[in-house]
Design a protein around this ligand. Sequence first.
Ligand code: PLP
Length: 397
Amino acid sequence: MITEELVQGAKQYLMNTYTRYPLALIRGQGTRVWDVEGREYLDFLAGVAVNVLGHCHPKVTLAIQQQAQHLLQTSNLFYTEPQVRLARVLVDHSFAGKVFFCNSGAEANEAAIKLVRRWAQQAGDQRFEIISMVNSFHGRTLATIAASGQEKLQKGFEPLMPGFRYVPFNDEKAVAEAVSARTAAVLVEPVQGEGGIRVATPGFLKACREITRERGALLMFDEVQTGIGRTGKLFAYEHSGVVPDVMTLAKGLGGGMPIGACLATDSVAAAFTPGSHGSTLGGNPLACAAALAVLEVILEDQDVLGHCARMGEHFLKALIELQAGCPVITHVEGLGLMIGVEVTINARDIVQDLIKRGILANATSERMLRFVPPLLVSQAEIDRVVLLLGEVIEARR
Ligand code: PLP
């Protein structure tokens, strides 16, 4: 089918939940994707920060092929080796003692919200409230839109689930004032993604840790977007050295296979007992085999994390240099390969122009461009994107 037929088909058969770009993709390899008409694009969106190893990485593809020949799904009423092995790798490389698997970032946060509420109740406390950040994004389920500090996500779905309060991001004083005897946890994205891009300062994260510890509440990090190497470390919390009690993952974990995870310390994880939470497909052998391959490549094969950190620095520097001669760009911010560029003109128009020049990126708002390429992106590819971005902006001035 050609793009136009797919656009019409989607209009007829899909619920209208996305404003899509008029582009139908059929194939991907590394940092490149191709549309159904055969045009090539450099993919600096990577499935919205998902394809950390690019498209169709040979090891991930092979792991999926091999696992698909044996067992796809068993439910969680039985044990499977990929799930136990994956949990062990995550535990071995993080603060956590236990993992719960699900299928998406929103589900991972649902699990985390349920876990901290139950933890608080079991401690005999009156604590249930979760304090999250203004402009945060934690998913699209009813609990996670209530957790997200963005009214536009919540509008029309009221009454919202109670028990959430919002404080300004990077505002230590506001957190100190908000955390009370009712607070079960503070929930933070170490780098705000959908509502950003904004990087939490190490001082802010440290303050969140100290305040929650002093007052008997938990600290939760939503690393759905920042986790699995995106910021140049396996988990973004490693930059600050601030260790949470609970962390959620999804996006990059499966390298493109749907999988989410809620990680917690042993003592917090003990709040879940058989029957308190579950997922039929969560942690199925296929998704876990893909995630194991992703982690194996990142941790053992090549210096993926070092490369990501170096490319992130280069990208940020190049964008800041571009900004110096381009008043349309008002701010550049990011960590590793998660970078936002704030502009004074419509960011969605810039994205459309970039697509016409063979670059995929997106806009998180009217004024913010987001670049989240595969972690294996080359310097030459970054330079090309910066050059074309400059040209596109120049043409619109
Ligand atoms: N949390 C964060 C920080 C995210 O960036 C996202 C998605 O963008 C989510 C949660 C929700 O993840 P999903 O779309 O897989 O439900």
